[in-house]
Design a protein around this ligand. Structure first.
Ligand code: HEM
Length: 416
């Protein structure tokens, strides 16, 4: 670890490790390189990667520090936004860029978040419970017992898109498009090469047109869905159409692959630690804590990114204006100085809630309560049916360093 007062960019005690390599995630080999980084170079400059140079921040404390200083560490899309892929020096020609508050700094971020956040307050989310329960019941009761199927396809995707379509009154028959748009939107690999921009832009245009139509319908015929509620709020009415659309897409897409991959990780994580699964099955009061623990263990978004707005120093390391800083939540959530036996799922872990999977500070996930409601409901309804999902084949993973999840989890169900 650095002991000098300051370290120049390339003065890392170990050779740079490019943890953006998609193979690390596809093959589930990311744990070891991050362990080395946490031990020997918790803030390391990587001068060369397919995403350009970046700082890798891999321990808990400096991530909290950086997220507490949004004036120095910007989220703005103008500097490249919130993932390792965005690069202000090579902007994507013709890229569809809608303003979204996740990629804004104060004061714009503050104003827009304030208009959206009330729809996700404790009582608002509690009021969604019955609908979420009904949807979960419908999906679980249609599953075969003792016969292999893909949990990702039949449960994670079906439940997440179904619930989002329900909450936002998105056309039911088109709900699977939400999965496609979310996958394209969050695929940092597609942003490595301009050859892929056309695919990405076409999907984003299609999504924009679909949401525009929905928006027009809700203006003409408001209902009880979240879009109508937001449209009727005073603050929302003052937003431009472009801003409203950007935020709508953020809400529907932001809550999609994250919740989906959490649902897949529940099955995989509990299957990896059968003693913990048994503990949870024996005591359903552990469900809310187990949900946090599994979200910690999975970390559905492996990182968020910031850009340095003014030269600064953090833990003795000098960062320069314009530097890209990647905050590896996936590694901070395995930081042994915060989480004992961090690689293990421990359903009654006392500090599970301290995980960084929802981020930290002014951008902390606005939809966290909705996600928690969906995830707790899934475990509760499985518990009521005494349903256990046993992994029955090879798990396939998303080959990328941003969305951290599964494309397939083969399972068979049994009763316990
Ligand atoms: C387990 C599920 C989820 C995870 C792991 C997750 C993760 C995150 C993370 C890490 C951030 C912080 C971004 C940053 O610091 O730059 C964030 C922000 C956000 N999330 Fe989530 N999210 C989840 C579910 C949801 C859901 C269900 C919704 C909406 C229905 C949602 C909407 C948002 C929005 C709007 C923001 C932007 C907040 C801001 O910039 O102030 N998320 N989420």
């Amino acid at each position: 670890m650095a002991t000098a007062a300051t370290l120049e960019r390339n003065a890392s005690p170990i050779a740079p490790i490019d943890v953006s390599d998609p193979a690390l995630y596809a093959e589930d080999r990311w744990q070891e390189p991050f362990r080395r980084l946490r031990g020997q170079a918790p803030i390391q400059y990587v001068p060369d990667s397919p995403f350009g140079p970046y700082w890798s921040v891999s321990t808990y404390k400096p991530i909290i520090h950086i997220e507490s200083l949004p004036k120095i560490f910007s989220s703005s899309w103008e500097y490249g936004g919130i993932s390792i892929a965005g690069d202000v020096e090579t902007p994507m020609e013709g890229e569809l860029r809608l303003p979204m508050f996740i990629a804004m700094d104060p004061p714009n971020h503050t104003a827009q978040r304030r208009t959206v956040a009330p729809s996700f307050g404790p009582s608002e989310v509690a009021a969604m419970k019955a609908r979420v329960q009904a949807r979960t019941t419908e999906v679980l009761d249609a599953l075969p017992i003792g016969e292999a199927f893909d949990w990702v396809e039949r449960v994670s995707i079906e439940l997440t898109t179904g619930m989002l379509a329900d909450l936002f009154d998105f056309p039911w028959e088109q709900r699977h498009k939400l999965t496609y748009w979310s996958d394209i939107g969050g695929n940092v690999e597609l942003m490595k090469s301009p050859d892929n921009f056309a695919v990405r832009n076409a999907a984003m245009m299609e999504m924009g047109a679909a949401f525009d139509e929905l928006w027009q319908q809700k203006v003409a015929n408001p209902g009880k869905d979240l879009i109508s509620i937001m449209l009727q709020s005073d603050a929302m009415r003052e937003m431009s159409e472009q801003e409203f659309m950007g935020n709508l897409i953020l809400l529907i897409v932001g809550g999609n692959d994250t919740t989906r991959n959490s649902m897949s990780s529940f099955v995989y994580g509990l299957d990896q630690f059968p003693d913990q699964r048994a503990k949870l099955e024996a005591d359903p009061s552990l469900i809310p804590n187990a949900v946090q623990e599994l979200i910690r263990w999975q970390t559905p978004l492996a990182h968020m990114r910031r850009t340095v707005e003014e030269d600064t120093e953090i833990e003795g390391v000098q960062m320069k204006k314009g530097d890209k800083v990647v905050l590896w939540y996936i590694s901070a959530n395995r930081d042994e100085s915060v989480f004992e036996d961090a690689d293990k799922v421990i359903v009654d872990r006392s500090n599970a809630r301290r995980h960084l999977s929802f981020g930290y500070g002014i951008h902390r996930c606005v939809g966290a309560r909705v996600a928690e409601l969906q995830l707790c409901t899934l475990l509760e309804e499985m518990g009521k049916r005494r349903l256990r999902a046993n992994v029955s084949g090879k798990v396939q993973r998303v080959p990328a360093c941003f969305v951290h999840g599964y494309t397939s989890v083969p399972v068979t169900l049994s009763h316990y």
